[in-house]
Design a protein around this ligand. Sequence first.
Ligand SMILES: NC(=O)c1ccc[n+]([C@@H]2O[C@H](COP(=O)([O-])OP(=O)(O)OC[C@H]3O[C@@H](n4cnc5c(N)ncnc54)[C@H](OP(=O)(O)O)[C@@H]3O)[C@@H](O)[C@H]2O)c1
Length: 271
Amino acid sequence: MDMSDIAARGLVLLGCGKMGSAMLAGWLEGGLPASSVSVIDPYPSDWLQDTGVLINQSLPASPAIVLIAVKPQMMGAALPNLQLLGGGGTLFISVAAGTSIATFEDILGAGTPIVRAMPNTPAAIRRGITAIIGNDTASAIDLDGAELLLSAVGQVVRLDSETQMDAVTGVSGSGPAYVFHLIETLAAAGEAQGLPAELAMQLAKATVAGAGALAEAAEENPSQLRVNVTSPNGTTQAALEVLMDEGDGFPTLLNRAVGAATNRSKELSRG
Ligand SMILES: NC(=O)c1ccc[n+]([C@@H]2O[C@H](COP(=O)([O-])OP(=O)(O)OC[C@H]3O[C@@H](n4cnc5c(N)ncnc54)[C@H](OP(=O)(O)O)[C@@H]3O)[C@@H](O)[C@H]2O)c1
């Protein structure tokens, strides 16, 4: 399967909210023709209507891929619309947090190839990362097809086991929110030190974006990059002594935050 096969047979997107539209934006920017995408969503946004995709129209008989991007709580209402496509040569990909492959097999049939995926919203600018794992029916070709589609919006990694998906959700699925919060709080801290709000936000955004890009591009690991910023007894050291505090510093806080997200993903999968 390549992008022209997906374009020829069609791609169905069930649910076009924040994650669905982030991925759709990336696919369209990457050259997928809007006319090959059918979206099902009860209240299409103005942005969606301007893309030129088919919205709430009859679906292709055997689309290459159906991508499910509704909230886990909406799954029961949304999935029966697609039951007819199960077992008919269509690959199903779900990005729903905490919704197991077994849940989809119950509705679509175990003979349906299903890939569970966890993307993140930087997919909107094709800088996302998505972890995938298939069910037993999903062939190497199906997994390659899922990887192809999802790699159009960023990196793709394959998991060894579905149980890893909860922690992946806690790290990279929810992770952009932690980084956006870091930007918000870094800017607010700059304001507290007397900077104008706009300047503080510009500094915070550029610092996070630049440090992220450097972490990806550099040969050194992030620990060494941190050391490179830290002059002995200088300003960074003074800040890191606060941030790296064993009691209530960054490591403790992030451990708790990622643990809470991971546990919530496990809870969602228990229903
Ligand atoms: N947001 C993220 O960063 C992120 C990252 C990874 C995975 N995910 C997963 O992606 C899924 C969607 O999350 P989201 O943040 O994009 O939520 P969202 O913004 O609420 O998007 C869900 C969309 O599905 C629509 N919808 C509701 N019922 C439907 C139905 N019966 N048929 C078709 N569409 C229906 C919703 O319409 P209404 O708004 O009108 O109800 C909404 O547009 C979730 O399962 C989530 O776990 C999200």
